[in-house]
Design a binder for this molecule. Structure first.
Ligand code: GDP
Ligand code: IMO
Ligand code: MG
Length: 441
């Protein structure tokens, strides 16, 4: 029995879905605990590509799939995702929390309008209404999934809320107002169609723990997009880090056995915000192009991803903030053609000249950090057929050993292609040794 959290250790799109899918084979329950359809999770099986936005990526193994209370759910997108995946997953094992918050049409409109109004302060959101939905949750004015099932409650909440949102839509953004009756009719109908999935999901998880089942918690987004611990304000509005799993699923930290981080062998970011190792020239193009062969374009929004070298300073930070036991490194094959490969192993503060191996602060000074690189010889040969650590070229092993040493964490999995079998398991990711803390910041 093991209860495991999988988290993104970078800026999202690390390949979490591939790792979740692999681990889901031996799990009984797979739980999404935060975020919404801003997530774009890709699983490739036998050459077929499956995309998940709200439904947990473990669904292809027909496991019990839970969308926890920490998520925000756009009912329209949920229902179309269920329809699209319908006969590939066990829809009868899909459960949506009664208390997850609902993304309403005004959230979508405000997300888009707010972004457009920000000018050079824009965040580059996915425009899926994520920030405004979480803002209403914190303001205690949100609509929860259970409200969609109760005609009276839904109507009365909308009668209070929509006139207020209309003030913002009309006066601030010059947009047409919403009509209570139209929104009510549409969302009450969604509620009826969702009703069969709605449950007290925290109780399902609690009972599964009691029955010694294996529970897999699947993070969306990544550590550097965490509302509290990421590169604020260029973050999402939830807690993608390991701690978020307990809050977002409704379980105590004592049941967690293991935390696995997922990082690419290089780095990408979608949207605005600091990215110290970003490569805008030939290297960035090459990472994007080679990656593009493997759909290196944001799954949710179709925006090209910004690409750069692996950042070990941020890697150490992710190990620390999530308490990672081990790492899965994905997309090693994307580096196959490079003559040389760089890793940022320290930062220099452009203003003060100081150097740091540990991130001094993820606050305002983060944007002043410039990378200090170590350079590695490329292996210039395909790794996509390698199936064990010893199959990897010596230069690739040197590169991975360096990352493991510098981040002070073992690399349990290396992924060398999007397919399930393009995976090297170096150490049992679930039952391998617990990481022992040996360093301080
Ligand atoms: P997630 O959001 O973290 O689940 O990641 P995404 O699905 O948004 O992006 C990862 C992309 O990389 C997807 O297109 C995957 O199919 C692909 N992918 C995952 N692992 C590998 C790998 O090892 N090599 C290559 N070339 N592609 C991979
Ligand atoms: P997965 O789960 C990469 C980014 C957006 C934007 C910021 C805020 O596939 O890794 P939001 O719409 O959440 O308010 O946008 O966060 N972002 C992601 N980037 N992968 C994701 O999800 C992301 N979800 C949000 O691009 O910069
Ligand atoms: Mg993604």
């Amino acid at each position: 029995m093991a209860n495991v959290i999988v988290v993104g250790a970078q800026f999202g799109d690390e390949g979490k879905a591939k790792v979740t899918d692999l681990l889901a084979k031996n799990a009984d329950v797979v739980v999404r605990y935060q975020g919404g359809c801003n997530a774009g999770h890709t699983v490739v099986v036998d050459g077929e590509t499956y995309k998940f936005h709200l439904i947990p990526s473990g669904a292809l193994y027909q496991k019990t799939c839970i969308m926890g209370p920490g998520m925000v759910i756009d009912p329209e997108r949920f229902l179309s995702e269920v329809e699209a995946l319908g006969n590939l997953i066990s829809v009868d094992k899909l459960r949506v929390s009664t208390t997850a918050h609902v993304t309403m049409p005004y959230h979508l409109m405000i997300d888009a309008a707010e972004e457009d109004s920000r000018g050079d302060q824009k965040i580059g959101t996915t425009k899926r209404g994520i920030g405004p939905t979480y803002a209403d949750k914190c303001a205690r004015s949100g609509i929860r999934v259970e409200d969609l099932l109760d005609e009276k409650v839904l109507r009365s909440k909308l009668e209070w809320m929509i006139p207020r949102k209309n003030v913002i839509l009309e006066r601030l953004y010059n947009l047409p107002p919403l009509k209570v009756e139209e929104v009510f009719t549409q969302y009450y109908e969604y509620g009826k169609r969702m009703a069969k999935y709605v449950s007290d999901t925290a109780a399902i998880i609690f009972n599964s723990v009691g029955q010694k089942k294996n529970i897999l918690f699947e993070g969306a987004q990544g550590t550097l997009l965490d509302l509290d611990h990421g590169s604020y304000p260029y973050v999402t509005s939830s807690s993608p880090t390991a701690g978020g799993a307990c809050i977002g699923a409704g379980i105590g930290p004592t049941i967690i056995d293991r935390v696995i981080g997922v990082s690419k062998a290089y780095m990408t970011r979608v949207g605005e915000g600091p990215f110290p190792t970003e490569q805008e020239g030939q290297v960035g193009d090459m990472l994007r192009q080679i990656g593009k062969a493997w759909a290196e374009v944001g799954v949710t929004t179709g925006r090209p991803r910004r690409c750069g070298w692996f950042d070990a300073v941020l890697g150490r930070y992710s190990v620390r903030i999530n308490g990672l036991d081990c790492l899965a490194i994905t997309k090693l094959d994307v580096l196959d053609e490079f003559d040389e490969i760089k890793v940022c192993n320290a930062y220099r503060d452009k203003i003060t000249g100081e150097t740091f191996k540990e991130l001094p602060s993820i606050g305002a000074s983060f944007k002043n950090m410039e990378p200090i690189y170590e350079t590695f010889k490329g292996w210039k040969t395909s790794t996509s057929e390698c199936r064990s650590y010893k199959d990897l070229p010596v230069e690739a092993r040197k590169y991975l050993d360096f990352l493991a040493d510098e981040l002070d964490v073992s690399i349990a999995i290396v992924s060398v292609g999007p397919q399930r079998d393009q995976t090297i398991v170096i150490e049992d990711p679930i039952h391998g040794p617990k990481r022992v803390l040996t360093r301080s910041t």
